[in-house]
Design a protein around this ligand. Sequence first.
Ligand SMILES: N[C@@H](CCC(=O)N[C@@H](CS)C(=O)NCC(=O)O)C(=O)O
Length: 206
Amino acid sequence: MATPSSKKTLMTLYSGNDCVFAHRVRFVLEEKAMEYQTIDVDLANKPEDLAELNPYNQVPTLVDRDLAIHESVLIMEYLDERFPHPPLIPVDPISRAKVRLGLLRFDRDWFAPLFQPGYSAEQVKTAKEQIRSTLAGLSSIFSQQRYLFGDELSVLDCAIAPLLWRLPVLEISLPAAARATQGYMDRVFNLESFKRCLTPAEKAMR
Ligand SMILES: N[C@@H](CCC(=O)N[C@@H](CS)C(=O)NCC(=O)O)C(=O)O
């Protein structure tokens, strides 16, 4: 018989089966080898309690006991502080600031125009061109280091991987010269945690 002390409260993730932001959080949860339950939210018919948990009524939203937290970046940061192993955010203030600036740049320049409403076709096109040229330019870095912030996986990789996974769907192709970037993407996609975090809808994207 379960005693109160042996009862475990699982974290609950309100997710979306092809939500690029929820994908980030699922990746971090798997990387941290967390046990959690997922509520696969139909965005056209959201559960009533989501609006009570998140004033923006969006996924991802994570419930961990008394805490309900939203915004993929905030959730990833919370998870890294609550479950420090393996660490995904560096410890020294300068590196932390650099990682946060990278996260901000991803969201403003790439994720917003591609995955949020209200952007013009021109803005989407510019974002896609910028992604292609930045990824090509990163090849020289990936021939020297395994991940975006050195040789260890970081929150930057977890934040960008869901977009990289969607490159074929977004019709963004890498130039042939970007072979080291392709190698980086394969390295991330082959992580067990990444494979485990994919929903059926995401698996079908490649
Ligand atoms: N900035 C948010 C964006 C979240 C977001 O846009 N979620 C979408 C699904 S991918 C959503 O819930 N859309 C439904 C709505 O806004 O009503 C984050 O990083 O978590």
